[in-house]
Design a protein. Structure first.
Length: 87
C-alpha cells in the first residue's frame, strides 16, 4: 500500500513501501509491531471509550483509492472499555 490515512489524510507512515498480505482465513488485522504501536498511539483511543465518537476512519491508500475502516471495525468496544484491535 502507498500509505495509511486518518479520515482520508495520508500520514506518511509508509513512504510508498508498506507491504500487505490478504488472509481471508482470519478476522484480525495484523502488521509489524512497531507500525501497529505507532498507529495505536496516533489513534489515541481512551481505554474508557470516552472519545470513541471522535476516532478517525483508518484507511489504507492504494494509488488514488482509500479503503477505510470505521472505529467499529478497528476497535474492540465492550462494557469493560476499548482497545485497538490490530495486532
Amino acid at each position: 500500500i502507498d500509505d495509511i490515512t486518518f479520515n482520508n489524510q495520508p500520514k506518511g507512515l509508509c513512504d510508498g513501501a508498506c507491504q500487505v498480505a490478504v488472509d481471508t482465513g482470519t478476522s484480525m488485522l495484523a502488521g509489524p509491531s512497531d507500525l501497529v504501536d505507532k498507529l495505536s498511539s496516533m489513534v489515541n483511543a481512551k481505554d474508557d471509550c470516552s472519545n470513541f465518537d471522535e476516532l478517525p476512519n483508518l484507511g489504507f491508500q492504494i494509488g488514488d483509492l482509500v479503503l477505510n475502516l470505521k472505529p467499529d471495525d478497528y476497535m474492540d468496544k465492550s462494557s469493560e472499555g476499548c482497545s485497538f484491535s490490530l495486532m
